[in-house]
Structure formats: structure tokens, C-alpha cells
Design a protein around this ligand. Structure first.
Ligand code: ZN
Length: 192
């Protein structure tokens, strides 16, 4: 999607890329791939993720396939502005865990000429749009929707099935609690 011929890439301006999808769809892998390529090109890259996501590592962004890049853990998305003065490319993972301030932060960075790449879950375990992802999708120049494969039937999957009965919106976990499902096979778990 963003792999364009150099002449069609934006010049002398920043922009926002959003990578959205369900769990196990390769969002973080895709984010890491783009950031790595920028690093190889000797661009100054900064990577941020929310304090809440400490599943695999406390200071790296790590995909389920165990690729990683060193990242800065933050509580408040506005902290990105403090750390990003010298950055040319800014990656933000797990965007669904930040407040809607992320919209202003991403616009501010892009308006300063930076390339901003944001990855996040676009729906919660019930299939409801997960703020602030819808707002980010609206302001992005480039959008990639990553699909997983349905564990039940093999169809392309864009929903995250929770295998426990808790009704909290945020329960951090991986394959033990969640799996990818298509529209046909996804259901909302009954609350216990
Ligand atoms: Zn299915």
C-alpha cells in the first residue's frame, strides 16, 4: 500500500499511515517492517507503545512472531511530542489503548513534516469499533487493513474472538485468551 514509486511519495510534508486489524493479523509485524526499512535508510525513527501492553517485553515492541524493535513506553500519548523533535519517522503501536488525544498528536507530528505510522486493533472483542482507531482512520492518508485467518473455518478474519467470559473491554493477553475469527464464526461471549 505505501510501497509506491518514489515519485508518488509525498514530498516536503508529513503524513499519517494507519495499520488496522484484529489480533493475529500481523499489524505489529507490518509496523516493524516499515520502521526497519526507514532505519536502514538511516532515518531517525522513534517508536512508542502504551504502558499497559507489557505482554512480551517492557521496552520493545514485539509482534506475536517475536520480531522486535526498541520502543519508549508511555502513559500519556502527549509524551510522544516531547520525545519526537528530532524524529523523522514515528511509530505508535497498540493505538487503541491511548485516549482520543492521539488524533491531535498525530496531526501535529504530520503537520511538522514527520511520517507517522500507527498500528492498532480496529474492533474490540464484541466487534465494536475501538476508539480512537475510527478517528485515526479518518485522518490518515494511507490505510492498511490486515486480515488474519479464521481459526474455525479458514476464511479471512477481521474479528478478535475472546475465549473468556469477562466483559471488561481491555484484557491483555494473546493466544491463551483470543483467537482470530471471520464474521460468520465470531460471537459475543455471554457475560458470566
Ligand atoms: Zn470462520
Amino acid at each position: 500500500m505505501i510501497e509506491r514509486a518514489p515519485h508518488s511519495m509525498p514530498k516536503e510534508t508529513g503524513w499519517i499511515e494507519v495499520i488496522a486489524g484484529c489480533m493475529f493479523s500481523g499489524k505489529t509485524e507490518e509496523l516493524i517492517r516499515r520502521l526497519r526499512r526507514a532505519k536502514i535508510a538511516k532515518q531517525n525513527v522513534k517508536i512508542f507503545k502504551p504502558q499497559i501492553d507489557t505482554r512480551y517485553s517492557t521496552s520493545d515492541i514485539v509482534s506475536h512472531s517475536e520480531q522486535s524493535l526498541p520502543s519508549i513506553l508511555i502513559d500519556d500519548i502527549k509524551e510522544v511530542l516531547k520525545y519526537s523533535d528530532d524524529a523523522e519517522v514515528i511509530g505508535i503501536d497498540e493505538a487503541q489503548f491511548f485516549t482520543s488525544d492521539i488524533v491531535d498528536v498525530c496531526n501535529t507530528l504530520a503537520n511538522k513534516g514527520k511520517r507517522v505510522i500507527v498500528a492498532g486493533l480496529d474492533q474490540d472483542y464484541r466487534g465494536i469499533p475501538f476508539e480512537p482507531m475510527p478517528q485515526l482512520l479518518a485522518i490518515a492518508e494511507y490505510i492498511t487493513k490486515t486480515l488474519a485467518i479464521c481459526v474455525e473455518c479458514g476464511n479471512p478474519a477481521d474479528k478478535t474472538q475472546r475465549k473468556t467470559t469477562t466483559s471488561e473491554r481491555v484484557v491483555v493477553g494473546a493466544a491463551d485468551i483470543y483467537e482470530a475469527r471471520c464474521r460468520k464464526c465470531h460471537y459475543i461471549p455471554k457475560e458470566s
